[in-house]
Write a protein that binds this ligand. Structure first.
Ligand code: SAH
Ligand code: SF4
Ligand code: F3S
Length: 470
């Protein structure tokens, strides 16, 4: 698709602004502002979309609630990456029949990646009749139009046509707090890992322009943001579709050059094209956090090939070594899938040995979940769920021991942390994060929230560090 066709035009955006005005006028005529609830599943991309949905709802005159029974509009922003997440959503959507019965006129919307899955809209249409509005991730920017349609004419709206995806700039966003922010730099994915549904529901890779990203970064920093996470399914592909000679490393450097005291984080980095330029740039840019989330998925070359990950074990380990040579203090985290179709116990043990070799700071671990329409879902999968669960538990034991050891090594050191909130009470009354993103339960005065401070690390567990503000 041409770049021009990907960009939602100003004229189309203006129509949505007009729709927002019309909904706001309807809402202003009510005795009290109506309330909305946006419930988010899945990854940070979805969180970022929810911030836009909330931004548009606020513009349309809605207040917010966390109580389903009081909400006039409920938006469920869904994830399709594993079956478990879908079952949870469908269960929760089913339960909303009761709130709707008690509050006729309540509008229920389902959006996000699940809505874009083939067959899902039909399933909702037939079996979840209390859902008024279903729309996919490609048309989030048209939410005001859909909502207006339901408000004015009743009936149900479905908008889930297949698309390679678009870029809609300038939508209002409503963020929770100012200290940390997600900043999408690109959308979609071209990688088609054989187990993964994301490329089918999120369209092809498309990058926002450097100017749009820098403008957003500037306004976040001006608003007090101290921790910016650049988002994309594979941020290392940033700019390839733009032909403007700016790649991801260049973008880190440009953001680093903006005035202000803040940290730059990013996710996710695909190992196939993380490399020397990226690591060198991270090491050279003082605002770039020394943290890389570098999903390896599996330790066996045969499985990696079947997953269509395009790198092998050796290549992965070389990237890790290179990252560490540029940043000896780099924090490494990763994603791993246990029980990919056809994975044998010996192959699983190669995953274990890779984990032991690298010693990740933390891991996000998943048991393989077949996704209809993906190549892996057609592959023979003889290993039982129980067996996969046993492998999974072994993996957790190995990683927990590593995390515990890594965390213990911090004790006695002094770390620069960003204090991001109040803790759960007790001696450690604050929460904070190291440059590498590790959680530190902190003892210190409440006024430190929002500041970078030096913290003496005094204790550790599998999950976190403990310390005192200096
Ligand atoms: N773009 C990112 C991943 C996004 S999905 C990347 O390539 O690294 C987040 C994680 O979910 C993946 O890294 C993978 O570990 C896991 N995942 C994706 N599809 C899955 C499936 N079908 N079953 C189990 N885990 C899956
Ligand atoms: Fe899914 Fe692979 Fe794309 Fe990540 S890179 S979103 S795992 S297809
Ligand atoms: Fe889920 Fe969609 Fe993200 S499938 S992981 S919410 S891109």
């Amino acid at each position: 698709m041409s770049r021009q066709k990907q960009i939602v035009s100003q004229q189309e955006l203006d129509i949505q602004k007009e729709n927002m005005n019309r909904v706001r006028m309807m809402n202003q005529a009510l005795p009290a502002p109506p309330l909305a609830l946006v419930d988010t599943y899945g990854c940070q991309q979805n969180e970022a979309d929810s911030e836009k949905l909330r931004g548009m709802l606020a513009e349309m005159g809605y207040g917010f609630t966390t109580d389903e029974a009081r909400a006039d509009v409920i938006v469920i922003n869904t994830c399709a990456v594993r079956e478990h997440a879908e079952m949870r959503v469908l269960g929760n959507v089913g339960a909303l029949t009761h709130t709707k019965k008690a509050k006729p006129g309540q509008i229920i919307a389902l959006c996000g990646c699940m809505a874009q899955e083939p067959g899902m809209a039909q399933r909702i249409r037939n079996s979840y009749r209390h859902v008024d509005l279903v729309f996919g991730p490609h048309v989030v920017w048209r939410f005001p139009e859909f909502l207006l349609e339901v408000l004015e004419h009743g009936g149900r709206v479905f908008s889930t046509a297949a698309s390679d995806g678009v870029i809609a700039e300038g939508l209002p966003a409503r963020r929770d707090g100012t200290l940390k922010a997600w900043l999408s730099i690109m959308y979609g994915c071209n990688n088609f890992c054989s187990y993964c549904i994301v490329p089918y529901v999120r369209g092809r890779e498309r990058s926002r322009t450097p100017e749009a990203i820098l403008d957003e970064a500037r306004s976040l920093i001006a608003a007090g943001c101290r921790d910016i996470t650049l988002l994309g399914q594979n941020v290392n592909s940033y700019g390839r579709d733009l032909d403007c000679g700016v790649d991801f490393s260049d973008m880190i450097r440009r953001i680093n050059d903006l005035d202000g005291d803040f940290l730059i984080r990013f996710m996710t980095s695909h190992p196939k094209d993380a490399g020397e330029k990226l690591f060198r740039t991270m090491a050279a840019c003082e605002k770039a956090a020394h943290h890389i989330h570098l999903p390896f998925q599996a330790g066996s070359d045969r499985v990696l090939k079947a997953m269509n990950r395009v790198y092998d074990r050796r290549g992965y380990l070389e990237k890790v070594a290179m990252a560490r040579s540029f940043m000896p203090d780099v924090v490494l985290t990763s994603d791993v899938i246990v029980g990919f179709p056809g994975e044998t116990e010996a192959e699983f043990e190669q995953t274990l040995s890779l984990i032991e070799q690298v010693e990740f700071d933390a891991l996000f671990t998943f048991i393989y979940s077949p996704r209809p329409g993906t190549p892996a879902a057609q592959m023979p999968d003889p290993v039982s769920r129980e067996e996969k669960q046993r492998w999974f538990d072994r993996l957790l034991d190995v990683q927990n021991a590593i995390s515990e050891k890594k965390h213990a090594a911090y004790v006695g050191s002094v770390q620069r942390v960003l204090v991001d909130g109040a803790g759960n009470g007790g001696a450690y009354n604050l929460t904070s994060r190291t440059n590498g993103g590790r959680l530190v339960h902190l003892a210190g005065p409440a006024e430190l929230v929002g500041q970078f401070v030096q913290a003496k690390i005094t204790g550790s567990s599998k999950w976190a560090l403990f310390g005192e503000a200096l």
